[in-house]
Design a protein. Structure first.
Lengths: 216, 216, 216, 216
DNA sequence: AATGAATGAGTTTTCATTCAT
DNA sequence: TATGAATGAAAACTCATTCAT
């Protein structure tokens, strides 16, 4: 009978750690790195500031932990796509739609990643946990592109990294820059209809490009 | 020779206002809104903090002025494109390349716009000066798309607003997210070669899509 | 044909001086000495800050000028009472009522005098213009008291200075402390009815005291 | 001997809170609300500015706390008068003298209340702690007035609220306006003799009024 | 006489972090 | 582990006053 397995701890450091992380993600997503307040994170998590520092050492490490969790979740999600099991056209379309949907469902992702880019990825660079997050997906995409070219349904010589960045960027930019774009185009880009239309446009753009075999 | 034309003014409020704006743009671009320091702006411009407040009332209004100047410059630049004077394919390609080049040449633009999006465009919304900045360009693009479709060189029924957002986003996202993408792809995206390759990819993607007339 | 008498000056320093003084009185009355803003005075008077300093040297001297004008006005007002011309009872009642009415009609007086007391009368002490403002009135009151005692309608041996301070204080305190008294008594003391009642009470108190000749 | 009772606490938040309050009262009394400096309060209490804000949130709340303590003390003091136990004349005289003495012994009271009146009682109005501070005393006074009228030693139909305000005001005004009155009467009102004389005058005035039963 | 740009010392307030308990 | 009191350095902003024009 081991100590660790036994009693449901009333002092449960790991649970509290997760609560802090949850509150921190919310606060960093709402206000950016410099705008975020450790006091607010303590208040939201209903835990003390001292405990935050006990578990995470500093605001910087806390933000790093938030990013690590964020990329970890994305990585898990991507694993479940099984792109290899699909035909080229279905597979690529699945990737496009899933990518877009993921951003729509996880709006914090975009804000947090933008925040980290403002900071020149200084936290991500220090992280041992965040590695080639997109590599599996890029590899799968490359497989689909090659198979599609062989089958004559896709143009050939398409750089999979560039294309993957495009697939991500076409959705990410729209969602990330909604607020300013809304002002300079004087239309709301936030309605469900506008978002659906965007998704359709991205799919059409990428698939239309790939299917144009005259590019060979 | 009049008095006003002669003597180099020791008091030149407008010039000082511009100097403040220049220093502010640099500081906001470097550190974001919350990270920016009014003290730093004063030091950089070699003017007193009091004068900054005398001319701009608050950090918020100062940031708003920076954004207004930013969009004004973009607007001026876009005017000089004369897309209407070109054939459809050349015109669209010109737009794609110019847009990408503009972001490369003005890296502050992206950081500042991202910062404003983090703040949900609160400053831009308050601005009377920033209006439909992209409307002229969108209209020109629409003209090119219609003419191209008529001539049979472009597919038809392409939404010009969506396409324009895509043209912007494909470059913007790459440059804006370089730092994190560099980590998760473990390649440098900042080299001149990588940047040229990106520009070529975007052009190919958009033009490839448009030229695929089987989409009709 | 003298210079000074002739043309209606477009540059009219004295008029501007008066405008500054008027705006200053309003601002000091609203916010006290430390709370008052020279900028606000400039804005209200629609004149420049530089001009305020040109005419009044400093915030301190400006406040002193406001106080001098204030006491000058009170002095003028008091002259017009002609207490000596009245019978003792009528005269004293006239003084009581006039004093109270003056405070009601000039609410700025009380706030400004309180402000100066908070500053231990440092401006008034420096002033050459403000002298024995209340002396004529005190002397008149003394005359009435003596005559009244002789006639047997007033008690004798009443100290005119103390009584005068009481006559002033009974109204002044009520009006000056209305706000806090309103809270600790939980009634409004600001209504016209409440103010009339107060005036009646003061009159009754003082006259009732004086008429009680058994005090001799 | 328990742990809590023994050791002299190095961290004693409540004590520090009281020390801040004490220093704040002194500073606000010396300089008024706008003239008071949080820096000075920190220096006087030998505690950090941050701690002041930790305990009191803002300068406004700090001033409110000072006022609450002030009225609380007054309330405690008044409770100890037991006016009900005295005969009408003795009781009223006791009230008059005690009220005057209280102001003489607590000169900060007058300055702080004047300051709050300059601010239109904005802090007191927000306070839940400061209620009908004078109600018990007013009620006791009313009892004495009725009993005195019954016994034929006092005039009848005297409004207890008005009379109480008069009793307070006759002393308060003198002490509050000493500095300006000293200038306009060109006598010192601050000497112990002058103060005794004032107290005697107030007593004579109020008692003389009440005893004049011909007012019925 | 008149303006308002310009300053610098100071003012309230904030906040990441530390530390006693 | 856990709390929240405590700090100090720095943040945004203010304001009486001066000064060039």
């Amino acid at each position: 009978m081991t100590k660790t397995a036994a009693r449901p701890l009333t002092r449960d450091p790991e649970k509290k750690s997760r609560m802090i992380l949850k509150a921190a993600r919310k606060e960093f997503a709402k206000s950016g790195y410099d705008g975020a307040r450790v006091d607010k994170i303590a208040a939201t998590s209903k835990l003390s500031k001292g405990l935050i520092y006990h578990h995470f050492q500093s605001k910087d490490f806390l933000f790093q932990a938030v990013l690590e969790q964020l990329y970890e979740e994305l990585s898990e999600e991507n694993k479940a796509l099984y792109l290899e099991d699909f035909e080229p056209e279905t597979g690529v379309q699945r990737l496009i739609e899933h990518t877009f949907d993921y951003f729509v469902k996880n709006p914090e992702f975009i804000v947090l990643v933008n925040t980290e880019n403002l900071l020149k990825a200084q936290h991500l660079k220090k992280s041992d946990l965040v590695g080639k997050t997109f590599e599996p997906l890029r590899a799968s995409l490359e497989g689909l592109l090659l198979k599609g070219a062989e089958q004559g349904v896709f143009r050939s010589n398409v750089n999979s990294t560039e294309l993957y960045i495009s697939i991500v960027g076409l959705g990410y930019f729209y969602l990330s820059n909604m607020h300013t774009l809304g002002v300079v185009f004087e239309t709301s880009l936030t309605s469900p209809d506008a978002i659906s239309a965007r998704k359709a446009h991205i799919t059409e753009l990428v698939m239309g490009y790939l299917r144009n075999t005259s590019g060979n």
